[in-house]
Structure formats: structure tokens, C-alpha cells
Design a protein around this ligand. Structure first.
Ligand code: DOR
Length: 431
């Protein structure tokens, strides 16, 4: 099957080109018509072509919570957002802690034709934080990362064992498996439902202090450093970093040469605890929306390379759940479909297109030890064509995710995907 996309430009180029994909890979650029006439041709409408985006943090809710999301809705939403690859989180019902579940999810996703799925598996059985899951078997089944995300790893010794064990499961380049952590100290977070500060005080809501994140990051970095001192290849990835102080700790750890990476979410860059003033649980997320000072620091972290990648933590819940009051509603914001347009519209100028794309393609690939996504012949046929010019309104009713509501509803954004291609096949096409 041959697919040619005409009328596209590479990033920061004014030259209109065409690319041809065959057997799941890029066959070549600007091939003579005789070589492309057989297959399908799609007009790229003058859009900018890039490797398809990679999401390291999405909650697709399968198995067990398909009223919130399922593989079909979540991976279709991802493809519509320009993503060709998604790592899904294991805090499902049951928890993804069994090789059979990993295999089933991969098989099911392969048949859908949307984004590629790489499941993360639980670090501990049932995400109970106490007994390690069967990490070797989970890896063999296709799990690419271990995490108890959704929960926090309170037992430091168990996390240490998990990091050590995962660090002994090496890929062909000698890199250990990634353990990613939701870094919040549960006892400091306590029953906090939003960032602790003047806004939580004014609203009379229990606060979750920045120290809950920073203290946990400090602990986990010390555990990692201790393992490295013993020659371990453990790799720690810190999820959804939200505070200036925790970022500073990661910066220091990188200077020390630790094998640590971190991600930042667009919601922590674009929203602050001020958003909670309307008592709307749509803005309840863990870790919580912080202050403008934190958001500014995170943006600096993106610029200076402390932050390795952008992840969305796409966390769909039903509207009924999110309409509960702030104390009862579950945490999570779902917006995988608009993450790139949001980032491009808000920070495209500040970061530059190349850096932004790096943070959403090569950056996540580096975290995982995957090959650098490329546009050259022979590279995987995973591409996105972006419309960097046209402003379009965010219309949640048209979302593919089951969570058809978002903090950015009604906003005008540009950078919308026109076309997403995965393994040489169309996974999304703008209507
Ligand atoms: O806001 C969040 N929602 N943070 C998490 O860690 C879990 C996630 C979810 O599963 O809904």
C-alpha cells in the first residue's frame, strides 16, 4: 500500500514537497509520478509535516472504566491530536499488572488503526505499592514502562527495588527500563484538593503544598543516586512536574549526571490555581494547578532542557463525576486532541517550532530510548501534517474522547492537525 502526501512543507521551510510512504515506512521525497501513481494521494493543503507526536502519559481507562474512555475513543482522540504513539497508564480496573492484559491491549489497539499503543504496566501488584509486579514478564509481553501513576509510591524500599529491577532489564542499547513516578508525598498532600496558597485559603479548600512534590522528588533522586553508585542502570522518569522547586531538584540531579528525566503538562503551563475560584472540579488535577511563578519556571525548564518532554496526562472522567463538588470529584483533565494547538498557540513564539516539536517527538523518544523520529527515507511512516495558520475554535462536542468538556472550550487556537499517518496508514484526517 502506497500513500503519497503532496503539498506539504518541512518545518521552517517554504518549499512545497511530497512524501511517499510504502509498507509502513517513508519511501522517499518528491518521487516521480510514475512511482506514486499506483497508490493513494492526499493533498496536504500546504501544511507543515513533522514526525507524529509521542505521548508518554495518557489514561485510556481500558480495561474496566470504559464509561470514561476506551482504546478506540482514546486512540482516535490521540490521532486527531497528531499523536502516532501513546503510552497508556495502568491505573485501570483491573490494574495492568498482568502480561495477559498487556498483550490483549496491544492486540486490540493494533486492529483499530489509530495511534500505536504501548502500555505502561504497574510497578507493583495491583498498584498496591508493596509487592513488585512481574516486571520481566510484563516487559516480554510488551510493556514499555513501569509506573504506579494515579497512586504515589509511599514505600521507598519497594520503589528502590523496582528501580533496581527495571534497571536490570536492558534494551539492545544497554538502557534500563523506565520507571516513572507520580511524585507526591501522600502524607503532605493529605486531603488537599488544590494548590496550597492564598487561593486555597481564600476559598477555604484543603491545600496540597508544593513541598509534597518537592519532598518526594528529593527522596526519589536520592534513591536513584544510591543505585547509580552501585552501578545500576536504573532510570527514573518524573511525571507531570508542577512546581518550581521540584524542577530545581531535577536540574541539580541532571548536573550530577543521574539518569533522570521529567515531563511537564500543558495544563500546568497554561493554568494556575486561580482557575479554581469558580469551584469548578474540571480544574481539579493531581498534582494540582500551581502558581504563575511555577508555570513560568516550568516554561524556563522547557527552554533550558531540564524538562525532557511534554506529556498531557490525558485523564478522562465522566461529566457527572467532574460535576461533583471539588472535594468529591476525581482528578484529571482530558485534552489530548488539543495539546499541540494549545502549546503552539501559547508558546510557539517563545519556544520556536523546532523546540516545541522536539519536546513532543524526539524528547519523549529519548526518555524511552526509542529511535529518534525522523522524516528521512526508511524512517517509520508516522507523520503529522499541521495547519500552523488557521485559527479554529475548540469545540468539545466534536472531540473523539468521551470527555467532551475542557478548560479551553471556545478558545481560538492554531496548529491543528490536518492529517495523522501511522505506519503509512491514515489514522486521522481533518474533515
Ligand atoms: O489528575 C490525575 N488524574 N492525576 C493522576 O495522577 C491520575 C489521573 C487519573 O487517573 O484520573
Amino acid at each position: 500500500m502506497t500513500l503519497t502526501i503532496t503539498n506539504i512543507k518541512r518545518p521552517n521551510s517554504d518549499t512545497t514537497e511530497s512524501v511517499t510512504l510504502e509498507n509502513g515506512v517513508i519511501k522517499g521525497w518528491n518521487l516521480p509520478a510514475a512511482l506514486t501513481a499506483e497508490g493513494e494521494t492526499i493533498d496536504g493543503q500546504g501544511g507543515t509535516v513533522a514526525p507524529a507526536l509521542i505521548e508518554l502519559h495518557a489514561h485510556l481507562r481500558e480495561p474496566g472504566q470504559t464509561e470514561k474512555e476506551d482504546l478506540a475513543s482514546g486512540l482516535a482522540a490521540a490521532a486527531a491530536g497528531g499523536y502516532g504513539t501513546v503510552v497508556c497508564m495502568p491505573n485501570t480496573v483491573p490494574v495492568i499488572d498482568d502480561p495477559a492484559i498487556v498483550r490483549t491491549l496491544i492486540q486490540k489497539a493494533n486492529g483499530l488503526g489509530f495511534a500505536r499503543l504501548h502500555p505502561a504496566a504497574a510497578l507493583t501488584k495491583g498498584q498496591n505499592g508493596e509487592a513488585l509486579a512481574e516486571l520481566g514478564y510484563l516487559k516480554d509481553a510488551g510493556a514499555v514502562m513501569f509506573t504506579d501513576d494515579g497512586r504515589t509510591n509511599e514505600n521507598a524500599r519497594v520503589l528502590r527495588l523496582g528501580l533496581e529491577y527495571a534497571g536490570s532489564l536492558l534494551d539492545s542499547a544497554g538502557k534500563g527500563m523506565v520507571v516513572s513516578v507520580h511524585a507526591e508525598d501522600a502524607s503532605l498532600r493529605a486531603d488537599g484538593v488544590m494548590n496550597e496558597g492564598p487561593v486555597s485559603e481564600a476559598l477555604g479548600l484543603p491545600g496540597n503544598p508544593a513541598a509534597a512534590e518537592a519532598a518526594r522528588v528529593a527522596r526519589d533522586l536520592e534513591i536513584l543516586a544510591g543505585l547509580h553508585a552501585q552501578g545500576s542502570k536504573a532510570h527514573l522518569h518524573i511525571q507531570h512536574l508542577s512546581t518550581a522547586r521540584a524542577l530545581e531538584l531535577v536540574r541539580g540531579a541532571k548536573v550530577r549526571g543521574l539518569s533522570v528525566t521529567c515531563e511537564v503538562c500543558p495544563h500546568h503551563l497554561t493554568l494556575t490555581d486561580e482557575a479554581l475560584r469558580g469551584f469548578d472540579a474540571m480544574y481539579k488535577v493531581a498534582p494540582p494547578l500551581r502558581t504563575q511563578r511555577d508555570a513560568d519556571a516550568l516554561l524556563e525548564g522547557l527552554k533550558d532542557g531540564t524538562v525532557d518532554c511534554i506529556a498531557t496526562d490525558h485523564a478522562p472522567h465522566t461529566r457527572a463525576e467532574k460535576e461533583r463538588d471539588l472535594l468529591d470529584a476525581p482528578s484529571g483533565i482530558a485534552y489530548i486532541e488539543l495539546a499541540f494547538p494549545l502549546m503552539y498557540t501559547r508558546f510557539g513564539q517563545t519556544l520556536g517550532l523546532d523546540k516545541l516539536l522536539d519536546l513532543m517527538t524526539a524528547g519523549p523518544a529519548r526518555v524511552m530510548g526509542w529511535p529518534t523520529p525522523a522524516l528521512e527515507a526508511g524512517a517509520p511512516g508516522d507523520l503529522v501534517v499541521l495547519d500552523l495558520e488557521t485559527e479554529r475554535e475548540v469545540k468539545p462536542a466534536e472531540f473523539r474522547t468521551k470527555a467532551k468538556f475542557t478548560p479551553w472550550a471556545g478558545e481560538m487556537l492554531k496548529g491543528w492537525p490536518l492529517l495523522t499517518v501511522v505506519a503509512g496508514q491514515v489514522a486521522y484526517r481533518q474533515e
